[in-house]
Design a binder for this molecule. Sequence first.
Ligand code: FE2
Length: 280
Amino acid sequence: MYLSQQQIEDYHSNGFLILPGMVEEDVRKVLIQQADSLVHDLREDWFSSVFSTKNQTETTNEYFLSSGDKIRVFMEEGNLANESSSHRVNKLGHALHDLDPVFSIFSHDDRFGRIAKDIGIQQPGLLQSMYIFKQPRIGGEVNMHQDATFLYTDPVSVVGFWFAMQDATLDNGCMWALPGGHRLGLKSRFVREGMTTKFEVLDESPVPEEGYVPLEVPAGTLILLHGLLPHYSKANLSDRARQAYALHVIDQMTHYPADNWLQRGKDMKLTSFEQQFIKK
Ligand code: FE2
């Protein structure tokens, strides 16, 4: 076991768990540097796609739908002509944990495997990863959602491992979550329909709009997020970036539907925490 019994109970009761001090400062620096160099390497892609959870029209874009087993760059939307191109990068996704050697080693940490088992994932599979930049002044809001909407399994099993690469505070757009909200059930699924996508409503009853708490955390903190937990983040209005690395893990004992938006090539089976896709 890695977590204490109390931490396991807190996770199941709140739908999230905050674990400070999980990423050493030198490791964070390496990850931040690696993300920066990936952005530079991917500069040809900068104008290929714009990401927003508000406007899903871009998701009809083949660039997004085929990014599940690649590393691609997604830009902030809106009129940002005055901003430099690299400053407009919203995130990298969605297979950094398998394809990038630095993120692969970081993601396949035995501690995270033990945590996954502690919170009930029998056979953890590393499904998806994102490096989120939340740039100073222009980092956009992410609307309230449940991660299981986008990373669905039957039964629901996805857990987010969200690592603060920098301090996350009220003014730079920290996460907000609804304690206990993971017991409300799944409201919708985001599914593929050919080369387009749609939301399939599973439960019309609304998610409460009140009761969310800000998860202000120092750099190096790991926040575990239950896949059914409603959460969001506000825009970054500060002069400081709020970078984060998010790794999503599912239980391979569950069924992964063929109409989930995220599909990986047949040669890219999910890795466990013990087994990297890239050989060390
Ligand atoms: Fe999320």
